[in-house]
Design a protein around this ligand. Sequence first.
Ligand SMILES: [Zn+2]
Length: 417
Amino acid sequence: MKCLNCGKECTTYLCADCQSPEILEKIFNEIRSYKPETCENPYLIEYASGLTDKYAERDCLPDILNLFDKSINAYYYCLYYKMRRDNQFEDFVLTYLEEHDIHDLKTQRVLYELLGFYSRNDFIKPKKWSELISSHSGLCCELYVSAAEYYGMIGEYDLADEVMQKADASIRVIWSDEGAQAKIPGQFEQTSKWRKKPYWPSTEERRRAVAMFYDEKGITYPRIATRPAKTPENEFAPINECFDDELDDYSAFWCAEAFSVSAAKSIYQIAAVKVKDGKIVDEFQSYIRPWDGSIGRKAAAKEANVALDVIECADDIDIVLPKFFEFVGEDILVSTAALGNQAKLLSRAARYAGMKEIKNEFFDLLDLAADTDSKFDLANNTREYLLSFFGFDEGADSLGKARVNAMLYQKLSEYGE
Ligand SMILES: [Zn+2]
């Protein structure tokens, strides 16, 4: 075996002459960032060239570290466990931090690694460390930026800006490059973005952790449960047409289409009225948060003549649709264009709610109208014509339109009798 530093034949990775803290620092960094094309240490290149697994050159680090006593190698073990994603990392670092002064650069480096390990993953444990950082002056810039990011993510925006003032004033950095100072404007900007729209993680577990802090601060946040995956169009069962023409019991319904620049329209409201023996016996209506972008939500608020908040805070489609289908039960679903645009809207909504099919049958009032009398066919086969023919006003909202559907069914089924 050759010494990795000087190439002398010996029985360890570093010969007796090369076992100094300075050489350890050099060798550790060379191994940590090892790439054959950039490495300038010929003995390390020679050693690594005999290895095949990715990062296998790092396997010798524990043997190298064990050539030194704990007062020297503890710091490198912290970095080593981090780079190997070893689960001893956290415990080892916590012990290190207990035993070392925060003003020491190595302690700060280790703490920085710990905060990186927690970042966007644990929202409780970094609190203590962020408080420690913000209560000290003269620490490295990177630590203040990490603490500010943490504070921003739990809704402590003023604390985030306060600790960033310290970053701004800081003259120390963990690394000699200018990366740390370059991050300062971005972190201030991030906090101001989070003030307007709070940070929101992508998993339910993390959302729950963040929501705890937001609850304390009175910050509102979106739903915690993640939406089910949407069903692809080709996996969604075709809708069922109803071929009965005399319905005693049914649900008349309406979906309000949200404006969209794409062809795939979402809906912002859904309603149904339950009809038994020709009489409306129950009603259902709910707003839905349109799922395809803010333009659709703004347009929906305008069309519904409500504040944008009402639409923004409405439940997602996968929460509303189960309630809708519970309300209509096994009823036949009746509307103008029930087999046309309304079916499209409801099917798409169902797919976005993760449903694979709609079991209910659909009954189209425009088909009934055409079959009832030729005066309702062709150019007159529209909802507008039927409304004006029977002297009905269009409903003001989806519920109103669902009621109109029930009235149209009544009129058409009685027509010409
Ligand atoms: Zn040597």
